[in-house]
Each structure stands twice: as structure tokens, then as C-alpha cells.
Design a protein. Sequence first.
Lengths: 247, 101, 199
Amino acid sequence: MARAAVRRRLTGPLPWRVAYLVAARAETPTSRTLVLQVDGWPGHRPGQHVDLRLTAEDCYSVQRGYSVASAPDGERIELTVQLLADGEVSPFLVHDYAIGDPVELRGPIGGWFVWDPADSQPVLLIGGGSGIVPLIAILRTRRAVGSSTPFRLLYSVRTPDDVYYRDELTGNDDVETTILYTRSAPGDSTRLAGRLTADDIGGWRDTHPRAYICGPTGFVEAASRLLVTLHYAARHIRTERFGPGGD
Amino acid sequence: MTEQRPEPTYLDGNALAGPLTDLFIVDVAQASTCCVGCGHRCRVAELRVYLSGPGAVARCPVCSGVVLRYVRTSTTAILDLRGTLALSVQLETAAGEPGQS
Amino acid sequence: MALVTPGFRGRRRGSSERLPPGQYLVEDFPVLSAGPTPDVRLEEWRFTIRSETGSDHSWSWAGLLALPAETPVVDIHCVTKWSKLDTRWSGVSIDTLMAEVETGAEFALVQCYGGYTTNLPLADLLDGRAWIVYRYDGTDLPAEHGGPARLLVPHLYFWKSAKWVRGIQLLPKDEPGFWESLGYHDYGDPWREQRYAGD
């Protein structure tokens, strides 16, 4: 199987750039999409992420990685940040980070968890919670390039209030999309609330799809095990773990 | 009541890709490793990464052995690769096509 | 210096005259581990001091709990710059464990379930400066913080207070442990900011 080549950077170490918040919108009651202008942005591949570096006035500094949610679009990128109750960075990005203000940013990062539009293999996307973010970048890129590669999305969230990009996902006619709920499902749902099972994944009719799984570590491990029990070969599975996330 | 398995806390090698840009101009998440403990081969992106205080530890997903460790001081970046037989990176040729192995 | 992010403050952190240089106070107790939390069953747990001649002194869990316990209240300082003051522990002084051990060794290599190691001079484990602790803040030491038992040696950076401790190897020469072999300081005095080798 041909592997995507590793891209060489032409210059030295990946530089920290200054990005500015040009727009923001609430994605759910507890998440916010940030639209950043990044001068000199070299472009990105769907699935990649950026590191943000935040520094307080006393020079205390922290870094966090965020998947890019947008398809390539010049020097603009979008991130969707989930508010974590005991988080150190997310409360700032969701509540306080103001339009026009700068943030240091490094990227794009990561050449493994990416989708190449030139790859004609069908794709199965499995996202848990905020794990949908790099997957929406892949979906948006697919639409932007006019790809007709068969795609399927399984998106697991706790409750209907936690669904990111709902209109966009449910309006997507040529991507078979299933949103499943682990804590409480809508009244008209045919599936009871509960975690992802092998039945939800089912089989695939023709060619083995390339699977992308992203979300909290526990979710990714469980979903990977389910794919293995369904005889998906490990070499067709790519994963990105966001660390502990609760159920 | 069934006993809950504790929520796994590790990340994966995608989390190291940013910090390792200090050392590599190629994308390291895609690089292949071979665990010296059990022989399991996988990409750096598939290793289990523990962000300890002093540094990052990337472990084999099969045997949990240490594959690589990374420390960043204010002046130095230190990468310990003793846990892998090699770090293997596929390069582009001059024409931009994947290199032949 | 990195660009200041307007409005960003980060986790609550304070200062105090009791802090070594470069440290700040935190209110939580960060969990930082070099690997998965080992699953150690108490009936199989053992702590062993092995001298440089190879002779072993070993305690089971019940044996450890039967020893006289102390309740040190100490300040702890992590190399990543957070500190906590007046942390409360219960455990057995290393002086008690070393009482029957004959040795001429000057150095110790601390060994742990899961494979972690750290080194320090034997003298820094003695004279009331170190314990094997099994309770923190009034309850059994949680596994994520090193339970069932960890080393506590608070006058050095906290990476020396090894979690999931299972033994001490006494050695005539200093042998670098897990982080010391990767650029961290063999001694690690927070008051002299000995974070990295050569500091």
C-alpha cells in the first residue's frame, strides 16, 4: 500500500506565529468555535492540529493542542474548543478570549491522522465528543474538493446538547451519518442511549474502508477494539487520542 | 455493580509531533518504530504517551515498554531512542514522489 | 519572552516566602506519571532494601504497617515549578527500615513497580528526611499518587519521591535513574534550583 510521504519543511524548526481572533461563535452551550487569522499560514491537511501557547503576565506559560476544524482556506483557520469544568485553558478560550486579541500558534502539526483527497479508499469516521473536530475538517475538505469517495460517519456524544455542527452534519446527503447518544437520546430516537457497539458499526459492503477514530482515549480504545472484532485490519485504522475525557 | 476500569490517561504520539518539531524537520508522528522489548512495530503516532513532569514517555501499546523519551530544558532538547531498534522515516524523492524503499 | 495573551491567568497559583526560587503554589495536586498506574495487590506487595553485598531486608504490606509510623507535614516542590506547602502524610521513616541494614554504601537507587527508578545519596534518605508513605491527607494514598506506597523525600525535587516504590538498592557509586539518565540532576536541591545536570 502506498504510504503518504513525509513532507520536509524547507526552513528550520516550526515557528511560533501570532494569530488573531477575527470571529467566534458558540457551537454548543459549552463550546466555542474560534476563527483565527494567521499571517503566513502555510496551509494544512485535514486532520492536522495546532499548538496554542498562552502566557500570563508573570510569564507563566501553558500549551495545548487543538485540531483544525476548517478545510484549507488561505490564512484563516477554525478551532472548536470544548469547555472543561476543571480546565486551565478552555475557560479562557471559551469565555474570555476577545475578538482582535493575539495568541501564539504553531502548526500545522501531525502527518499521520490526515486524509488525502487523492486517496480513493472509502472512509469510516468515528468521533467521540470533541473528537469530531478533525473529522469535520476531513468532511469539509471532501466537500470543498468535490470528492465522491464513499464516506460514513459515526458520531458519539452524551446528549443532544453536545452535538457540534449539527446542521452541517445532518444536511450532508452523500455521507451516511449516524449520531448516537450515550447518556440521553432525543425522544424520537430509534436507538436507546448507550455506548458505541459493534452493531452500530456493522460491516462494510465492498472495499475495506480506512477508519479514522478520534476522541477521549477510552473512547478510542473501545472503538478500536470493536473494529478489530469486526475484522478490520489494524493497518486501515488511524487514531488520535485526546486524553482522559470522562464517559 | 460492575467495577469500572479506570479511564486511561495516556495520549498518543500525535501529541509529541509538535514538541518534536524542535528536533526534526520531517513529521515524526508518521515515523515507524520497533519496540526493543517485544518487537511490536508501529508509528510514533500509535505509541502511548505519558506527559510526566520532567518529560514525555512514549510506550509500546502492546508491552508498555518505553520506546522513546523526550525532555526539554530551557536550553536543550533530549531525545532517548533506546527503546526502539530504529526510527524509520519515509522521505520524498527530489521529484516529490514517495521514495522507493 | 513569549507574547503575553491578554486576559489569560491560568490556574490559581500563589507565592510564598517559603518557596524555593522559580516555584509557585498550587491548590490542586497534579498527577504526573511516566507510565500506567501499576496494579499492585497488597498480598503480593513487598519492599526490599538490598545492600551492596547482596543481602536483602524485606517487608510485606502487613510488615510495613506493623512498624512505628510517623506523620510528617512537609512542603513539596515539583521540577515543573508547582509547590504545595504543609502536605500531610503517614508512613515509616527510612531510618526505621535501615536500622538493621549493615552497609558501607554511599548511594541509593530507588526502584518501583512499573520500572521507574531514581537515584540519590543514601545520606539524604536518613536522619529523618525520608519515609515510605502510605497515607496522604488523611486517607489511603490513591493509586494515581503512588499508592499503595511511595517514597517521600521532600527536601529534593519531587521526581525523587518515587511512586509505587518497591525497593532500594544500595550502591558504592551513584547510578542515574530514569530521569537522571536523560539530563536531570543527580541530586535535585530545589533551593539551589538543581533541575538539570550541570545546574
